[in-house]
Design a protein around this ligand. Sequence first.
Ligand code: NDP
Length: 258
Amino acid sequence: MELAGRAAIVTGGGRGIGRGIALALAEAGADVAINYRRDEAAAKEVVEQIEGMGRRAFSAQCDVTDADAVDAMVAGVDAAFGKLDLLVSNAGIASRGQLLADTEVSEMRRVIDTHVFGAFHFFQAALPRLRKNDRSDVIVISSVSPHRTPPGHGPYAVAKAGLEAMAKVLAKEERRHGMRVNIIAAGVVETDLGRRLVKFNLGDELENVVSQFPFGRACQPEDVANLCVFLASDKGSYITGHTIFLDGGDGIGAMKQG
Ligand code: NDP
């Protein structure tokens, strides 16, 4: 198994893309810790599935915007797995599709706080542990949004741009410690958040527009998860500091470009 003996954290691993990643890492042999904000039942179900595969797993209620809660969650990995060598920074939220002119300061802060400071808190808590290994990996889940900058994506595009810049700096700073840091920039992925993004941007349900997407389908959590497994495996060991577009070759698919 590609990831046998690895110990991972997947933020927001209870639902959507994070759930797919957590299950795929475990299937590839890793022990996996996940955090959630509200949905305890979903997180517990993922932990049960991972344990059913014979791996170790735990979930913790931990808002990524709360640095103390993040420190406590990451420390929990020491006791549970004895090490940490893979961090997937995935937890995130959509914004409300408003024009920048109509975006409240509190909304801009909420989205940046979650995507940028949420990842920053996890980086800071995880780095001393990640550095202990000959090899470690950080994978950041971003979007095509900061590259395509469609109207209505102000807070989300700004937050993801900040997240990507931070990950690229990290890749350069930590390479001497054996760390690989990569970014997956996904197009619309079929999750609760993906459905909301389509509704905000196209005013329609995903099912009604999906035929216009590349290959006639939305990206699935499993597509993102498969790429995570590859990047963290021996086969991905010479890849770092990159943004990999997982968009079917079509940027933001059917989203309006203004
Ligand atoms: P979902 O809404 O399906 O799941 C989001 C997950 O993040 C949940 O597990 C949620 O926890 C967790 N979460 C959100 N905010 C916090 C917080 N403050 N603290 C802790 N956990 C939090 O979203 P997706 O799976 O679609 O999105 C995952 C990531 O992928 C996000 O970063 C998103 O921006 C990115 N992305 C998504 C795309 C899409 O089309 N779906 C496209 C490109 C990127 P809980 O279950 O407790 O609410």
